[in-house]
Design a binder for this molecule. Structure first.
Ligand code: G6P
Length: 504
């Protein structure tokens, strides 16, 4: 039988659930022979979408992040012969994914220029304000690209969504999408979710006035705006009141928020994404993790008394907001103040590459290595390396470090949630003391059983490390149990379904 050639079809769009995010569930890279290889990622959205089951028509719209992604998106469009093409389901684990081939310059301006260098900086309070930001003609151009990139998402979603569908738009990359999509498709139910903190109004007001207003009006195009903790939700509502003069109402002790603006009301909700306990526990007991544990144990070694050295573990992207350098300085302070710990403890620091297109991230990566080398030069001696720094991403090794950590150091300047703080207690073998920044979203749920620090206070962080290392084993184990329970209260599937249900 001869197959019919594919022809453009005029079938109406049918997706009932749509997710939109900058980074999609799959990334491509070209093999030496030129063929494209797909690598699938994980995370809350991937688990969430799989929880709605194969019977629901769902589409994930994301951007092509590099040349190889762009090539995959083009091939998908060609295969579809003029219709909007989805990636090969074999590459996506069966998920229907539309990857947008946005022109490279537009993407670069929107992603590096606006999302990562401005909105991320504002929400994480990262600017050195005497010299930055300064919004000039470069920013004007980048902002136009950000508008185009958001419009490309709104167009694609409007094309894919069936009548009355639910659309879940993710994060600071796509703040304009809800309003743009509502203008195109008033029948849809639209949610926006911020995975970052939200800036307090005085800091938010660093943005050019019109930009500040446009971002808020964009999100208020949604029926519901979601956040990871009430602290960020309230900051968003405060910004809406201050910048737009929107009316904010709060009921039930502040835990039911709405924002009304220009005749529409947006509900504000909180969904504190938790760790995926089943996945983590199963994954953390596979052979590759056991191998990495053996390697790490050898690297960490034994102290003068023959006992295995204790470990202070951190696992992060090399991200300015993660505060890795102050974490290392705190460990240095701790070693200086507590010589009794010399040769008996190792700081295992995993700092994986992130956003290396940005110079300030490359410089920060160098600084992390410099400070770690400095500590090793100052304190190290035959057979004892006080800091073991790994900069190559290796998930199995991260899980191995989680399992054997005596102390986990999670000290971000500011963080939407911080899942490492939630994952460590879940997989820890013998209990682990958690040193946690009060500026991480996770603090709201884990604060009681963690040793809480001000992330800027290196001296206090050093003291917390000492307290963590000297915590009695029983207490440590008890706290870890409670931390694990709190960390898994809202598993990713539930987190996702709750958001869908809130819109239905
Ligand atoms: C972290 C943040 C998310 C953000 C993501 C983007 O995971 O919590 O809010 O979307 O980084 O990272 P990327 O590597 O895609 O720039």
């Amino acid at each position: 039988m001869v197959a019919e050639p594919a022809t453009p079809s005029a079938q109406p769009p049918h997706a009932q659930v749509l997710v939109a995010s900058n980074r999609g569930p799959v990334a491509y890279s070209a093999a030496p022979d030129g063929t494209l290889q797909a690598k699938r990622g994980g995370g809350g959205l991937v688990s969430g979408l799989s929880a709605i089951g194969p019977d629901t028509d769902a589409v994930w719209v994301c951007a092509a992040l590099g040349d190889d992604d762009r090539e995959a998106a083009r091939q998908a469009a060609q295969r579809a012969a003029g219709r909007t093409g989805k990636l090969d389901p074999e590459d996506t684990g069966g998920q229907s994914v539309r990857m947008l081939d946005i022109p490279e310059e537009t993407f670069r301006d929107a992603y590096n220029g606006v999302a990562n260098s401005v909105l991320w900086f504002v929400h994480h309070l990262l600017y050195q304000t005497p010299v930055e930001p300064s919004f000039d003609e470069d920013f004007t151009r980048q902002w136009t690209s950000y508008e185009r990139y958001n419009a490309a998402f709104a167009d694609a979603l409007a094309e894919e969504a069936g009548e009355g569908a639910v659309v879940l738009v993710q994060d600071y990359h796509l703040t304009l999408v809800p309003a743009l999509l509502r203008a195109r498709r008033p029948d849809l139910r639209i949610g926006h979710f911020s995975h970052t903190p939200w800036a307090p109004p005085d800091y938010y007001a660093l943005l050019p006035d019109e930009t500040a207003a446009q971002v808020l009006r964009g999100i208020l195009g949604a029926d519901r705006a979601g956040f990871l903790t009430w602290r960020w939700a309230e900051a968003f509502a405060d910004c809406c009141a201050r910048v737009l003069g929107a009316e904010v109402t709060s009921r039930e002790g502040g835990h039911e928020l709405t924002v009304s603006y220009e005749g529409r009301t947006t509900r504000v909700g909180v969904h504190g994404l938790g760790a995926d306990a089943d996945f983590l526990r199963e994954r953390a007991h596979r052979d590759d993790v056991a191998e990495r544990m053996a390697q790490l144990r050898t690297q960490v070694g034994t102290g003068p008394d023959g006992a295995p050295r204790r470990t202070v573990v951190r696992v992060d992207r090399t991200e300015l907001s993660k505060n890795i350098v102050r974490g290392l300085r705190a460990y240095r302070r701790f070693l200086a103040d507590h010589p009794e710990w010399h040769e008996r403890v190792v700081h295992v620091a995993f700092a994986y590459p992130s956003r290396q297109d940005l110079e300030v991230y490359r410089d920060y990566t160098d600084e992390v290595s410099r400070v770690a080398d400095g500590i090793n030069a100052e304190f190290g001696r035959g057979g004892w390396t006080p800091v073991v720094l790994h900069v190559k991403d290796d998930f199995a090794r991260s899980l191995a470090a989680y399992r054997l950590a005596d102390v986990a150091l999670v000290n971000p300047i500011r963080d939407g949630m911080n899942l490492v703080a939630k994952e460590v207690p879940v997989v820890s073998d013998d209990g682990c003391a958690l040193v946690l920044s009060r500026e991480a979203g996770a603090f709201a749920e884990l604060g009681e059983d963690a040793l809480v620090v001000n992330p800027y206070d290196v001296t206090a962080t050093a003291e917390a490390l000492h307290e963590a290392l000297t915590m009695e084993r029983d207490e440590r184990a008890e706290r870890t149990k409670r931390l694990a329970a709190a960390a898994t209260a809202l598993p990713p599937e539930r987190w996702f379904l709750d958001q869908l249900n809130a819109l239905r």
